[in-house]
Design a protein around this ligand. Structure first.
Ligand code: SME
Length: 150
């Protein structure tokens, strides 16, 4: 079981006094990569010029542009809802960046009340992400939103 409260505190320490958004997002991706068991990708897509564009991440190289409304990331961003996908192969339009991924969670990020990107985490384990992960990662995303300005 992941201690998300501790993770949020760690994120606060890592981002304190750091003004460059990319540095904060890179450390956030790395922190999740270290702390969450059974994952094969953790990172960000940033909404820029109407598309989601690859941001800081840990894991294998990934697709660089995702249209709003496409895949799990684009669907979560367009609907401004966290998506927990127990089996990505059953998700219509899922974009397979790493063939090892079997489940996924995507949490929208906001600035000024609007979606400005997403946090995306993939797992090789089916049904890897629980309600507890959803709540914890939403809290993590909220804490990150306060540290960045994208
Ligand atoms: N699977 C995502 C694409 C991004 S990768 O998982 C890193 C999607 O369907 O949007």
């Amino acid at each position: 079981m992941t201690n998300y409260e501790a993770l949020v505190r760690q994120l606060g320490r890592l981002t304190k006094g750091v003004e460059y958004d990319i540095s904060n997002m890179a450390n956030a991706a790395a922190l999740l990569w270290m702390a969450l068991p059974d994952i094969n990708w953790s990172g960000f897509y940033i909404l820029k010029d109407g598309c989601l564009r690859l941001g800081p991440f840990a894991g294998k190289p990934a697709c660089t542009v995702i249209e709003m409304g496409s895949g799990v990331c684009g669907t979560a961003a367009a609907s401004d809802e966290t998506l927990v996908v127990p089996n990505v192969h059953e998700f219509p339009g899922h974009i397979a960046c790493d063939g090892a991924s079997n489940s996924e969670i995507v949490v929208p990020l906001h600035k000024g009340g609007k979606v400005c990107g997403v946090l995306d985490i993939d797992s090789p384990v089916f049904s890897r992400f629980t309600e507890e992960d959803r709540t914890g990662l939403e809290a993590f995303a909220k804490a990150l939103e306060e540290a960045i300005d994208i």
